[in-house]
Design a protein around this ligand. Structure first.
Ligand SMILES: [Zn+2]
Length: 393
């Protein structure tokens, strides 16, 4: 039978909120945590014990989920919520959305998908993780008091780390089929997939989304890297939020994956993919003021249309920014081994910051808050993919 909204899911929010507050406030008081968890479980008819901490797990669609705006999700969800829906094939596709609260395309794609199927059965079981509900309320990537929900997937002591661990365990127990983590960029970027392994199933998954694919190995704390130990997994970057075609692209990807019966071991042909490899992450030191306005007196002033350079193969000596003459500023650039490599990629001369060698940036953004919370950009190089082409019999 198709999933139905659970009318009990919204029962007595005031009580539910107080339960969660108890759980949060009781710290190491195990009895209080257990009591609160039991009460919470009864109210929400969830299906596992994990809700003693942050993660709610349910096999029913919360009432109103398909119509609600991400900013109002907090009205029907306590926080991170994992929803298991049945399908004709059993091992579930895992889709995470809103790990960053301001990146709404994945959530809208899930709404579109579930409305599309309506009362019909899904082709494959689907497990949906709705991530940072509190940040979504504020249209923020994360709140200042929170860790980044896509940097919590490799251990740690915070409740959010435990939530991630529980989501992994829950999906491992269900022999997850594949994992898609849906994101947006704040700057202008083409749509692209990111994978942490170059095995054939990962490349096949990426090419379901498009040609442009980034292979990355840092940071290791992302969701896609954690799930790569369980199944083919990837992140998809669906451009900036709020674009209907981004939602449609993500919807079509998830639908295509739901229809996949298996992943072939046959290699992806190199001509089917534009593969890049992340070689460095560029950050701005906290004590350096930045601006995108050339009339500003900030320490470093970047080009006002910097994000147009995303995925452009920049030649050496491309000017990216100016800085106050007579002062010394340096971007913080780390390679895959976490070594400082700013001098390898940039020159700082005559008040100008230029590329030192040919390189391709991605995720350049004009949003200073995102630059502070995440990074200025990633630097990439093309990654040659080779495969043995078998003769046609
Ligand atoms: Zn994101």
């Amino acid at each position: 039978m198709p999933p139905k909204p659970d009318p009990q899911f919204r029962a007595d929010r005031t009580e539910a909120e107080s339960v969660q507050t108890d759980v949060r406030q009781c710290g190491i008081d195990i009895r209080a945590i257990a009591a609160a968890g039991l009460e919470h479980q009864q109210q929400y008819r969830t299906i596992c014990q994990w809700d003693v901490c942050m993660l709610t797990v349910t096999d029913r669609l919360p009432e109103g989920l398909l119509e609600i705006e991400p900013t109002r999700l907090y009205e029907i969800l306590d926080g991170p919520t994992l929803i298991h829906l049945p399908g004709r094939q059993a091992p579930p596709l895992f889709v995470s959305v809103l790990l960053h609260g301001n990146e709404t395309t994945g959530f809208f794609a899930i709404q579109r998908l579930l409305k599309h199927y309506g009362d019909r059965q899904l082709p494959r079981a689907l497990s949906i993780l709705i991530g940072n509900v509190r940040a979504a309320r504020e249209r923020a990537r994360r709140l200042d008091s929170q860790p980044d929900y896509n940097r919590i997937w490799q251990g740690g002591d915070l409740p959010e780390h435990q939530m991630a661990r529980q989501a992994i365990d829950e999906m491992a127990r269900r022999s997850v089929f594949a994992s898609i983590d849906i994101h947006n960029n704040t700057g202008r970027n083409p749509h692209y997939a990111c994978i942490t392994r170059l095995e054939s199933p990962f490349l096949q998954l990426a090419t379901l989304f498009g040609r442009t694919t980034v292979y990355f190995t840092q940071p290791k704390t992302v969701q896609a890297n954690a799930f790569a130990r369980l199944c083919p997994s990837m992140v998809v970057e669906c451009g900036q939020p709020g674009h209907s075609y981004g939602t449609q692209h993500a919807f079509e990807l998830v639908d295509a994956c739901l229809h996949l019966s298996h992943f072939s071991q046959r290699p992806v042909h190199p001509s089917a993919i534009d593969l890049f490899h992340t070689v460095a992450i560029v950050k701005v030191p906290d004590n350096v003021q930045i601006s995108f306005d050339s009339s500003s007196s900030a320490d470093i002033c970047f080009q006002s249309n910097l994000d147009l350079l995303n995925f452009a193969e920049l030649p050496a000596a491309t000017r990216l920014a100016t800085y106050k003459p007579g002062r010394e500023y340096s971007l913080h650039v780390t390679d895959e081994g976490q070594g400082e490599v700013s001098d390898r990629y940039f020159t700082y001369q005559n008040g100008e910051i230029r590329t030192k060698l040919a390189v391709t940036p991605s995720m350049l953004t004009l949003d200073p808050r995102i630059i502070r919370q995440d990074c200025l950009c990633y630097l990439m190089e093309r990654y040659p993919l080779t495969c043995k082409i078998e003769p046609v019999a």
